[in-house]
Ligand binder design. Structure first.
Ligand code: NAD
Length: 280
């Protein structure tokens, strides 16, 4: 039976550590707020935004909510970001994605000052991560590194196969695993012989956005399996990219959905906010 990697418990540990750190920083006169901007009323985005505000309240930092109507222009959004860039009290700026189609996400991401880019999506943050310079790390991949480390999974020298090459998960994940001295293979929708490649993985990280796609034929006996996917199945229950019931008996450790990678993303966002307050 595989060890269940408990993201809920580990994210709670991280938030508790951050809460203590925030108290210490306040005593040194260091505080700051996270600005959370949502454009439109996408229900999934509203849940994420609410969770982020709750996490801020838990660790003791202020959150400033900007709930803008769906018809907000790109110009107005860029103006707001500019204003927040200039506010000393604001230590982090987060624009909830996806944005409505008439707003260019890249332009918005690039408008956020890299010093306040707590999502780690700005090209400067990505570049710094690539060459190992200090900067904000992309939250989901950074959360997966924490999950592995805090579950005593050895990374150095292991073969890590990643399914997915998106800018927010697959690519930064590959760079962070490389930084931890794994041997990394990145796969994607054009990859040939995907199951065969995945069966070579000591650590398999699945971020393909395809519900319950990865089954037993992708898994080497004893592999560690990290499932990044989040979907609702036909019964409206949350599920991942991995066929959990089929894969769990073969793996040595596995993340569940929900309660695996998901809670770590917010914990790492909080970590970036605290880092920003500390450096500010
Ligand atoms: P994406 O759609 O941007 O990227 C998916 C990637 O998977 C692409 O690079 C594509 O090439 C690859 N892919 C698709 N079909 C494939 C196939 N048949 N074989 C091999 N590769 C294939 O998705 P994303 O933003 O990286 O997110 C992936 C999943 O993770 C989604 O389900 C998303 O909801 C979830 N997600 C979860 C969190 C979290 O906090 N847990 C954060 C971000 C994303």
């Amino acid at each position: 039976m595989a060890k269940i990697i408990d993201g809920k418990m580990i994210s709670q540990q991280i938030k508790d550590e951050l809460k203590e750190k925030v108290e210490r920083l306040k005593k040194q006169g260091k505080a700051g707020a996270l600005a959370v901007i949502q454009v439109g009323e996408d229900p999934a985005s509203s849940v994420y935004v609410r969770n982020k505000k709750n996490a801020c309240a838990y660790i003791g930092i202020e959150s400033l909510a900007y709930e803008l109507p769906g018809e907000t222009t790109e110009e107005d959004l860029l103006r707001l970001i500019e204003e927040l860039n200039g506010k000393e009290q604001v230590r982090g700026i987060l624009v909830q994605l996806p944005l409505p189609g008439h707003i260019c996400e890249d332009k918005v991401i690039q408008a956020i000052s890299p010093e306040k880019d707590v999502d780690g999506f700005h090209p400067q943050s990505v570049g710094a991560m690539t060459i190992g310079e200090p900067g904000f790390l992309s939250c989901t991949p950074a959360g997966i590194i924490q999950l592995l480390k805090r579950s005593d999974v050895e990374i150095a020298g292991k073969h890590c196969v990643i399914i997915g090459r998106s800018n927010i998960v697959g690519k930064p994940m590959a760079l962070l695993m490389l930084r931890e001295n794994a041997t990394v293979t990145i796969t994607h929708s054009k990859t040939r012989n995907l199951p065969e490649l995945c069966r070579q993985a000591d650590i398999l990280i699945v971020a393909m956005g395809k519900p319950q796609f990865v089954g037993a034929e992708y898994i080497k006996e004893g592999a560690v399996v990290i499932d990044v996917g989040i979907h609702r199945d036909e019964n409206n229950k949350l599920c991942g990219d991995v066929k959990y019931a089929e894969v769990e008996p073969i793996a040595s450790a596995i993340t569940p959905v929900p309660g695996g990678v998901g809670p770590m993303t917010i914990a790492m966002l909080m970590n970036n906010c605290v880092q920003s307050i500390e450096e500010g």
